[in-house]
Structures are given as C-alpha cells and as structure tokens.
Design a protein around this ligand. Structure first.
Ligand code: ZN
Length: 353
C-alpha cells in the first residue's frame, strides 16, 4: 500500500506543477479480484474493464491485480477525477446528476456549440474519455511508467487510441495550457504561458503583430483578455476562454488619435507581454499629448451612433453593445468637459454614485 501511496503523491505533485490544481474530493477504492467481480455484478458494470469512475460519489474503483494498476489509477482517479471536479464540462455533468437531470443526453448527444464552448470533440463522452486517457498517458510518461501504458495499449480499443492521438495533437496545436483551458479547466498562468499561446495562435504570422497586451482580472475562471495591434484587419475573437481584440495598425493610430475608449483603456490598463516596449510607450505618450479637438468629439459622437445602429440590427446577447454605448457616452461627456478618463476604471470612479 505504501507503494500506491507514493505513486499517488508523485502523480499529485506532477498534476499540481503542470496545472496548479489537484484532486480534492475524488478517492480511490481498490478491490481484490473476487470483490471486483462481486462489485461489477451488483452494479451491472463490465468486470473486464480496467476500472470505473463514478461522478456522483467522486469515487475511482480499480482492481488490484491488474498488471496495469498504476496506469488505471491515473486514468480513473486523475483523468476522470480532475475532469469531474475542475472542468466546466465535468462540473456541469455533476450538476445534472445531482438534479436528477438527463446525464446520458449530456454525455452522448451532439454538443450544442452555442451552449457549450468548451471541449475539443463533438460529444462530451469523448471529452470525458479523451481527457482521461491523455492524462493517463502523460502521468505514465512523467512518472517513468511509460512501458506500463505501452503494454496496456494492446488491450485498449482502437477508438480510444484514436482519441488519445487527437488529444495529443490538440496539445501540440494549443500548448498544454491551451488544451487544459479549452477543456474548461481553471487557468493559472504567467506571461510566458500566454506568449506561447499567442505564438501558436499566429504561427508564422507572428511577425505581423506589433504588440500584445494582457488585460482583465486574470482570474482562473475568467477569459484571458488580450489586445493585439497588428497588420491584420481589426476584429474580435472569442472561443470561451480566449478573448482577443485585434486592431489593425492604421485603425489603431486613427482610433488612438480620437481617444477611443476601447483603445485607450487597453493601452492604459493592459500589460505589455509581447512586442516593442518603446513603440508601446511612444503610443501611450501620443495619447496623453493628444488635444481634445472637434475631430475627437465628432468621432466619438459618430461612434456612438454607429454602435446604436448596430444594437438595433444585431440581437446578440453575448456581445453586450449596451455596455459599449454606455462607456462611449460617458467618455464623450468627459471629453466635452475637457477630461481624458482613458480607462474604464477611471470612468467608473467618475460615475460612482
Ligand atoms: Zn475512462
């Protein structure tokens, strides 16, 4: 048993150093072959399976005599346990089960992408199993038990091995942190993790990016908020965890000159994580030096009109145009008074009741 304990300790420390969270509620239950068969018989589980995880009770069951015991524990306890405890998808699943909802529907029906941004497959059962086998493989590798997983592979159904490859490829494309974020896990990061993602995201086009600012609260459950100035056309990108406001270089210069609050807020509340510090500082200085001309006032009036028109044509609740109109209107009001609020938090201070 001490041997198992040390394996669990090692797995937990690897998980923590990679992701900054660990299993908290999930527990391991081990069975002798005889009791395993009894247990499976009573619960109508397949006795030939390597193990099973029960989300309702946060329990991971494995049979002790398996030659792949360590691998099985990584799969059931860590793969499924972490997913159920910490990912948005897993939490949704337990909520449904606790409220006697249709968890089969949630797991096996095709995902409605308007309701669920997280995951990388079309069905939650594949998100659930794919993550577990991916983490099982990772923990086997990082604890020096690669050969156990390699031997077990001969007994794993091909569909699952394909799922593993799919997850490994996603890790390559998104970075490990990106994959975890895409699966709806809490996001603990430093600047380097974000720079890595930005580089993956832009690929060889990264040289078209002038600079990247990291914004927002940076809470583990919140979107990662980026402001990018580049050679590309101006647009918004949002995938459920990554929110990029990308502005074309020429637009950036125009909008800065006009003291557009969406630009000045990013410039004065964001943190430079990629790009030329001098260029960034020069542009901040330009904004500070910019006088509040008639042009500036006119621009902001027409921006508000444009947003109001947009609001009536688009009934998209996700994108709250109202909030933008409110910020632009208050900013305009201050500009007319001769003030430059620059950031949303300054605006908030000014309009605090
Ligand atoms: Zn599984």
């Amino acid at each position: 048993m001490t041997n198992l304990d040390s394996i669990l300790k090692e797995a937990s420390s690897i998980v923590i150093s990679n992701f900054n969270f660990d299993i908290e509620k999930s527990k391991l239950k081990t069975y002798s072959p005889k009791n395993w068969e009894k247990f499976c018989d009573i619960n109508n589980f397949d006795a030939n399976s390597f193990g099973i995880y029960i989300p309702e009770s946060y329990l991971a069951y494995v049979r002790l005599d398996s030659s792949f015991l360590i691998s099985n524990i990584f799969h059931e306890l860590y793969g499924h346990g972490l997913f159920v405890e910490h990912s948005q998808i897993g939490k949704e699943l337990t909520k449904i089960i606790q409220n006697n909802g249709d968890d089969n529907n949630f797991m096996f029906n095709e995902i409605n992408l308007e309701k669920q941004n997280f995951g990388i497959t079309k069905h939650n059962i594949h998100n659930y199993e794919g993550f577990a086998i991916w983490l099982e493989n990772l923990l086997c590798e990082e604890t020096g038990n690669k050969s156990i997983f390699k031997n077990k592979k001969k007994y794993i159904h091909n569909d699952y091995l394909e799922l593993l490859d799919f997850f490994k490829q996603a890790e390559k494309n998104l970075t490990r942190f990106g994959l975890i974020s895409q699966m709806g896990f809490p996001k603990y990061y430093d600047d380097n993790k974000i720079i890595e993602i930005v580089k993956k995201f832009y690929g060889s086009n990264i040289n078209q990016v002038d600079f990247v600012l990291l914004r927002g609260s940076q809470k583990p459950e919140s979107d990662i908020d980026l402001f990018v100035v580049s050679d590309n056309y101006s647009h918004n990108f949002l995938n459920g965890w990554l929110d990029i406001y990308e502005v074309n270089r020429i637009d950036f210069e125009n909008w800065s000159k006009n003291l557009d609050i969406s630009i000045t807020d990013a410039m004065f509340s964001g943190k430079l994580i990629y790009g030329d510090q001098n260029y960034f500082e020069q542009n901040k200085q330009k904004i500070l030096n910019q006088p509040i001309t008639n042009e500036v006032i006119k621009y902001n009036i027409s921006e508000i009109e444009r947003l109001k028109k947009y609001e009536t044509t688009k009934k998209n609740e996700e994108f709250s145009v109202k909030k933008y109109i409110d910020s632009f209107s208050k900013n305009l009001e201050q500009l007319i008074l001769g003030n430059k609020p620059l950031t949303l938090s300054n605006l908030q201070q000014l309009y605090k009741k």
